[in-house]
Design a protein around this ligand. Structure first.
Ligand code: GTR
Length: 329
C-alpha cells in the first residue's frame, strides 16, 4: 500500500471509530402519553424533551408518542418496568396496585391544598415513594399537577351520596378507586382513559371522574354534562423513566434528565391553574352543568372516608405515613 493510500485508510478508520463512539453515546428514547397534543401536560413534556436534548448537547433525543399510541396507562406502566418503553407519564393512581406508599395518594380528601400536596411530594413522603417506585423498575423524574378530581354523569347529577345508587362509574385501574366507588354505593368498572368516550356513547357507564382539564380535553363533557364538584381527590401525575433505560445513561445524562424534568414540572405548575379555569369556562359555554361544592350535600361523607382509610391503613407504619402526610404543614 502506498503511503497516501495508507494515510487515507487510517483517516477513514479514525472517522469510523468517531462515528461509532457517537452512535454509542447518542440515545433515542420514547415517551408514552395518553393525552393528545394540545393537552397542557403535553406542553410540559415537550419542554422536558427539548431541555433534555439541549442539556446533553443532543446525546439524548426524546420522541413524544401522544394520544395513547403506545398503549393505555396500564400497558405502558408494564412496558416501562420491562424496559420496552423508556419514559412514561401516567397518573399516580395507576401505580397504586404495585407501589404501597403511592396507593395512599388516591385516598379521598387527603390534601388540603395544592401547596400541601407539593410539600408532601417534595418531603420525606416523596423520597420514600421514589425509592419504592425504583424497586418496581422505574425512576421518578418528576410529579406534575393534576388538580382535583370530581364526578361527572350523563343522566342526572350527583348532589349527594344517595345519587350514586344504581350508577356504573368508570374508574382508573386502581384498587383504591374500586373500593371508593363501591363504598359510595355505585358499581365501579375499569376502563382505559381513551375508551371512556365510547363507554359513555354506548351507555356502558353513567359516570366517571376527572379534573376539569381532562374532562374538557377528552370531550367527555359532551356525553356527561353534569359535573359535580365534590373534589374527592388530587392524585398527581408522574413522569417515570424505565430503570433499564436509566442504567444506560451516563451520570451527566441522568442529571440532565432530572433537571429537564424539574423545569417541565415548574412550567406545568405555572400553566395548570389557568388551564383549569379555561377548561371550566369552555365546558360551561358548551352546555355542561356545574354543580358547585356548596350545592352538594356531604352528609355521611366522613363515614365513607373513614371506612376507606381503615381498609388501607393496615398497621402502625401505614398510620404513621398517612398521619405524616396530613400533618405536613
Ligand atoms: C387524567 C390523567 C391521565 C389518566 C386519566 C384517567 O387526569 O392525566 O393520566 O389517568 O386522568 O382518568 O384515566
Amino acid at each position: 500500500m502506498n503511503s497516501s493510500v495508507s494515510m487515507a485508510a487510517k483517516l477513514l478508520g479514525a472517522m469510523l471509530i468517531g462515528c461509532m463512539a457517537n452512535l454509542a453515546s447518542a440515545k433515542d428514547m420514547v415517551l408514552a402519553e395518553v393525552h393528545p397534543d394540545g393537552h397542557v401536560i403535553v406542553t410540559a413534556e415537550a419542554l422536558f424533551a427539548k431541555r433534555f436534548a439541549e442539556l446533553t448537547q443532543g446525546e439524548v433525543k426524546v420522541d413524544l408518542k401522544t394520544g395513547g399510541k403506545l398503549g393505555n396507562e396500564t400497558q405502558s406502566w408494564a412496558k416501562v418496568r420491562d424496559g420496552s418503553i423508556d419514559i412514561v407519564r401516567i397518573n399516580c393512581a395507576e401505580l397504586a396496585k404495585d407501589v404501597k406508599s403511592i396507593q395512599f395518594l388516591s385516598l379521598p380528601y387527603l390534601f388540603r391544598s395544592r401547596d400541601h400536596m407539593w410539600r408532601v411530594l417534595d418531603g420525606d413522603f416523596g423520597k420514600r415513594a421514589d425509592a419504592e417506585v425504583e424497586k418496581n423498575g422505574a425512576i421518578v423524574l418528576a410529579y406534575y399537577d393534576s388538580g382535583t378530581r370530581s364526578f361527572y354523569t350523563s343522566k342526572k347529577p350527583i348532589r349527594s351520596r344517595a345519587d350514586f345508587k344504581g350508577m356504573t362509574i368508570r374508574i382508573q385501574n386502581s384498587p383504591v378507586y374500586k373500593d371508593l366507588i363501591t363504598e359510595l354505593g355505585a358499581t365501579p368498572v375499569v376502563i382505559p382513559y381513551n375508551d371512556v368516550t365510547e363507554a359513555f356513547k354506548t351507555g356502558k357507564i353513567d359516570g366517571a371522574e376527572n379534573n376539569f382539564v381532562s374532562y374538557m380535553e377528552s370531550g367527555h363533557y359532551k356525553y356527561a354534562k353534569y359535573y359535580s364538584m365534590d373534589e374527592h381527590s388530587s392524585v398527581p401525575e408522574v413522569l417515570l423513566m424505565s430503570k433499564k433505560s436509566w442504567d444506560k445513561l451516563t451520570p451527566a445524562q441522568r442529571k440532565a434528565a432530572q433537571d429537564a424534568a424539574h423545569e417541565s414540572a415548574e412550567l406545568m405548575k405555572k400553566l395548570w391553574a389557568d388551564a383549569e379555569v379555561a377548561a371550566a369556562a369552555k365546558v360551561k359555554k358548551e352546555g355542561a352543568v356545574i354543580i358547585e361544592k356548596g350545592q352538594m350535600n356531604f352528609t355521611g361523607i366522613e363515614e365513607f372516608a373513614v371506612r376507606l382509610y381503615s381498609k388501607y391503613i393496615q398497621d402502625a407504619a401505614d398510620l404513621n405515613l398517612v398521619l405524616g402526610i396530613m400533618r405536613t404543614k
